[in-house]
Design a protein around this ligand. Structure first.
Ligand SMILES: NC(=O)c1ccc[n+]([C@@H]2O[C@H](COP(=O)([O-])OP(=O)(O)OC[C@H]3O[C@@H](n4cnc5c(N)ncnc54)[C@H](O)[C@@H]3O)[C@@H](O)[C@H]2O)c1
Length: 442
């Protein structure tokens, strides 16, 4: 099939590349010429493990094209994906300016080329009812027939290729059987092992995306609140997690207490859903509480630092490990590390930081207010304490003797509970985890 993807960011580039890898012909469009020029030379605008290999292969085999021209891509394609950003406005609502512009450009392109029917697929995460809004924006620019489908994306940055190539499910929101069947044809290569393509109405598809992210955010916030109970009582949240995760009714995912969730999806999608609930007078108090708990959680590591060192941190230096909101991505949107570093600076501290891939993005925000270093040991050099914020693999098994020599204060605040408190203690570190109460026993 011939497919256009408008917006070549984390979602659009992954989706476009995976469709091309499955044998479809794909035109990836972005209105940022630097991104497109880079992609044409094999330079990817994002870090996603394995993506470069797939892009190179599909480009070489003539199935994947990069362009700044929406008209060219829409003319060539029977299915047009919208994968532009829907960032949050100040009040938590979704900013739909990119979606509107892209929709209108698609409509204008259909009109100019008299393309005939097109299926336009909304892959961006959008407010409930947006399939109708998008159809309206397109129809205002063209009299060519169009069907707008809601097809939310569930990929996780860092695991995006696996998630897209072997999705647990694909959700298709359309009222029309023939449109659903076209979408099934498109996705067939990814569900050969029998994972379902779930057909539902567009509104339910739009809500499903928000429901998944809000539910996962709620699980994390639930564990984070339990970690406070552990800190207060001496319980170990890691032991409790294992006790819960082995219950098949609960399952093992998204049960990790930590320094708070971030990223481009959970915070914004939770906010957007809450806003919709408020507008419609629908009480979403559980999700509201999850969001508030997360805002508090992003402060927890700094609170622990202040409890140990005092609230005036002048003259103290902290090593902050990890800038990305999670490992295996360079995405720093809403990253807890940014909040933590800002709070440390506000309290008068100096900050040395390191991240394997996200430092370029981080520099755009923190500039030279922190020291950007070359490794975790370099970050720790002369610091009073180390704060582990993003659980990159390379931080998980440090050479503790080397670290101990570098880290002046031998104090570790483990914001992701990746270190064994007993080992840390045995090596002479003062260790603070998240809800690790009595983890030192035994
Ligand atoms: N990042 C994720 O993990 C993820 C997962 C699931 C869903 N989503 C949703 O998918 C959507 C896209 O997210 P993202 O993270 O890929 O965003 P992104 O910011 O990485 O990419 C969006 C791209 O669209 C381009 N763009 C904007 N307007 C355009 C236009 N008119 N024509 C052509 N290109 C245009 C931008 O230049 C940018 O490259 C959002 O709604 C997001 O909520 C994201």
């Amino acid at each position: 099939m011939r497919v256009a993807v408008i917006g070549t960011g984390y979602v659009g580039l992954v989706a476009g590349t995976c469709f091309a890898d499955a044998g479809h012909t794909v035109y990836c469009v972005d209105n940022d010429p630097t991104k497109i020029e880079g992609l044409k030379k094999g330079v990817l605008p994002i870090y996603e493990p394995g993506l470069d290999v797939l892009v190179e292969r599909s480009v070489k085999e003539g199935r994947l094209f990069f362009t700044t021209s929406t008209p060219d891509a829409v003319k060539e394609s029977e299915i047009v994906f919208l994968a532009v950003g829907t960032p949050p406005n100040e009040d938590g609502t979704s900013n739909l300016q990119y979606l509107r512009a892209a929709s209108e450009e698609v409509g204008a392109a259909m009109e100019a080329a008299k393309t005939g029917h097109r299926i336009v697929v909304n892959k961006s995460t959008v407010p409930i009812g947006s399939h109708k809004t998008v159809a309206g924006w397109i129809a205002a620019k063209t009299s060519q027939p169009v069907d707008v489908v809601s097809n939310p994306e569930f990929l996780k940055e860092g695991d995006a290729l696996d998630d897209f190539l072997k999705p647990e499910r694909v959700v298709i929101g359309t009222h029309k059987k023939e449109i659903y069947e076209k979408m099934v044809e498109l996705y067939a290569p990814f569900v050969r092992q029998g994972n379902p393509i779930i057909w539902m109405d567009p509104i339910s598809a739009e809500i499903t995306k928000y429901a998944c992210n809000s539910f996962l955010a709620t699980r994390i916030s639930f564990m984070n609140e339990l970690s406070h109970l552990c800190d207060a009582t001496g319980g170990d949240v890691e032991a409790i997690r294992k006790g819960m995760a082995t219950d098949s009714r609960i399952g093992k995912h998204f049960l990790y207490a930590g320094a708070g969730y971030g990223g481009s999806c959970f915070p914004k999608d939770v906010q957007a859903l809450l806003h919709t609930g408020r507008n419609l007078n629908v009480d979403l108090s559980i999700i509201d509480a999850a969001e508030e708990a997360n805002a508090r959680q992003k402060q927890v590591l700094v609170k622990k630092v202040k409890a140990h060192f005092g609230s005036d941190l002048k003259g103290k230096t902290f090593a902050v490990l990890g800038v990305a909101f999670k490992p295996n991505t360079d995405d720093i949107r809403e990253a807890p590390a940014l909040t933590i570093m800002e709070e440390l600076l506000k309290a008068g501290a100096k900050v040395r930081t390191f991240d394997p891939v996200a430092m370029e993005h981080g520099k755009k925000i923190l500039e030279d207010r922190v020291t950007w270093t070359e490794s975790m040991y370099d970050a720790a050099d002369g610091a009073d304490a180390m704060l582990l914020v993003t659980e990159w693999n390379e931080f998980k098994n440090p050479d503790l003797d080397k670290l101990g020599k570098k880290l002046k204060g031998r104090v570790i605040f483990d914001g992701r509970n990746i270190y064994d408190p007993k080992v840390m203690k045995a090596k002479g570190f003062t260790y603070f985890g998240i809800g690790r109460g009595n983890a030192n026993l035994g």
